[in-house]
Design a protein around this ligand. Structure first.
Ligand SMILES: Cc1ncc(COP(=O)(O)O)c(C=O)c1O
Length: 392
C-alpha cells in the first residue's frame, strides 16, 4: 500500500469494511459503543486497540478511515481529524505549548490563525515573535533556545507569499523547535511538506478536501507519538473532534481530490498567464508566473503552485467591487478550493479586522481580489473575468 500512487491511495487507503462488505464507506453515526462486559469496558478505557472505540469525541470508525486515508496521502505516521481548520490549527499549537514557551510565526496569516497566535497564546503566557515569512534573516534572529515551535502558512492567504520551508525547518530544528505548517494553499496533492522538513502539517479540510462547499473540517498530521500522545488527549478532552458524518463527506471528497485540484491548478495557471500583462491590473500574483518573487522556490517546493491567484485592480476598492459585481459565473464568497470558482475581496471581508497599516504591510490593498479557481471550463472562467474587467 505504501507504493500506491496518489489516486489509488485516495480511493482505497484506510478503508474499514463492516460485516456487510459495503462498497461505499459506512457512516457510523453513533456517539458511542457498547461493551460485551464491564471488564471489556475497563480494558478499553485502559488501552483501546486499533479497532476499538469508546466515544465519538475520542474516535469513531468513519473518522478513523478519514484519518488513515489522509495520513497515507501525506506520508504521515498518523492524523487527528478536527471539527474545522481552526480547531486543527488551535489543537496543533495549544496541545504542545505551555506558559513561558516561545513561538516564531510568519506575520502573513489568515485572520483566525493570527487571532490564535496574537490573542489566545499570549493570554496564556506564550511569547510570540512575528517575522516576515519570506526573510530568512528575520527567522534566524527570532528563533532562540526557548523557541518551541515555528508556525507559518507555506503559501500565505491572500498574497501567496511562499516561505522557504526547508531553510526555516533547518533553523528551527537546530534549537529543537517543532515546525508546524498550515498547508491549505499548497494542497495535500502538490506539496510534500513533511519531506521538506515540517514536523506537523495542518489542513482546513473545508477547502480542497471537501471541495464541494458542504462541510467544515480540519486535520492535524504528524508522528504517531505527537498525534496520539500530545494532540489526541487535548482534542478529545476539549471537544474539537470531527463528527462521523463530516468524516464521511471528507472521505468522498478525498476520492476526487487529485482530479479536482489538478484541474483547478491548470485553470489558475492559464488565468494568471491570460491576465499577467492586462493594463487594467496593478499586478497578478501567482507563484506559477516567472515574475512572482518566489517562483523558483515555489517550483522546488510544490508540484504545481496551487489553485488560487490574486489580482490587484487599478482603481482601488470601487473598481474591485465593480469587478466582483459584474462576474456572471464566479460567485462572491469567502471559501476557497471549491468546485465553484469563488472571488473574495480580502480587505473588506476575511482581513477586515486588520488595521489599515497592517493591511498595507501585508499587501492587502483596496484593489486586491482573491480568485479561487473551481472546476468549470477554463475558457469560460477567463472570459468571465475579462468581461467583468471590461465592466470596470
Ligand atoms: C490558510 C487557512 N487556514 C485555516 C483556515 C480555517 O479553516 P476553517 O474555516 O475550516 O476553520 C482557513 C480558512 O478559513 C485558511 O484559509
Amino acid at each position: 500500500m505504501d507504493d500506491w500512487k496518489t489516486r489509488t491511495k485516495l480511493i482505497h487507503s484506510g478503508i474499514r469494511r463492516s460485516q456487510y462488505g459495503e462498497v461505499a464507506e459506512a457512516i457510523f453515526l453513533t456517539q458511542g459503543f457498547v461493551y460485551d462486559s464491564a471488564e471489556q469496558a475497563e480494558a478499553r478505557f485502559l488501552e483501546a486497540g486499533p479497532d476499538e472505540f469508546i466515544y465519538a469525541r475520542y474516535g469513531n470508525p468513519t473518522v478513523r478511515m478519514f484519518e488513515d486515508r489522509i495520513a497515507a496521502l501525506e506520508g504521515a505516521e498518523d492524523a487527528f481529524a478536527a471539527a474545522s481548520g481552526m480547531a486543527a490549527v488551535n489543537g496543533a499549537l495549544t496541545s504542545m505549548l505551555k506558559a513561558g514557551d516561545h513561538v516564531v510565526s510568519a506575520r502573513a496569516l489568515f485572520g483566525s490563525c493570527l487571532y490564535i497566535l496574537e490573542e489566545v497564546l499570549a493570554r496564556y503566557g506564550v511569547e510570540v515573535t512575528f517575522v516576515d515569512g519570506t526573510d530568512l534573516d528575520q527567522w534566524k534572529k527570532a528563533i532562540n533556545k526557548n523557541t518551541k515551535a515555528v508556525f507559518f502558512e507555506t503559501m500565505s492567504n491572500p498574497t501567496l507569499e511562499v516561505v522557504d520551508l526547508p531553510a526555516v525547518a533547518k533553523l528551527a530544528h537546530r534549537v529543537g523547535a517543532k515546525v508546524i505548517v498550515d498547508n491549505v494553499f499548497a494542497t495535500p496533492v502538490f506539496s510534500r511538506a513533511l519531506e521538506l522538513g515540517a514536523d506537523v502539517v495542518v489542513y482546513s479540510a473545508t477547502k480542497h478536501i471537501d471541495g464541494q462547499g458542504r462541510a467544515l473540517g480540519g486535520v492535524i498530521l504528524g508522528t504517531k507519538e505527537f498525534i496520539r500522545k500530545t494532540v489526541e488527549p487535548y482534542m478529545k478532552h476539549t471537544g474539537g473532534s470531527m463528527s462521523p458524518f463530516t468524516a464521511w463527506v471528507m472521505l468522498k471528497g478525498l476520492e476526487t481530490l487529485d482530479l479536482r485540484v489538478r484541474a483547478q491548478a491548470a485553470s489558475a495557471q492559464a488565468m494568471a498567464e491570460a491576465l499577467q500583462w492586462d493594463a487594467r491590473l496593478e499586478r497578478v500574483i501567482y507563484p506559477g508566473l516567472e515574475q512572482h518573487p518566489q517562483h523558483v522556490l515555489a517550483t522546488e517546493m510544490m508540484e504545481k503552485p496551487g489553485t488560487v491567484l490574486s489580482i490587484d485592480i487599478k482603481g482601488g476598492q470601487e473598481a474591485a467591487f465593480r469587478f466582483l459585481n459584474a462576474l456572471k459565473i464566479m460567485v462572491i464568497s469567502n471559501n476557497l478550493g471549491d468546485a465553484k470558482s469563488i472571488v473574495t475581496h480580502p480587505a473588506t471581508t476575511t482581513h477586515q479586522r486588520l488595521p489599515d497599516d497592517q493591511k498595507a504591510a501585508l499587501g492587502i490593498s483596496p484593489g486586491l481580489v482573491r480568485i479561487s479557481l473551481g472546476i468549470e471550463d477554463t475558457e469560460d472562467l477567463i472570459a468571465d473575468v475579462k468581461q467583468a474587467l471590461d465592466a470596470v
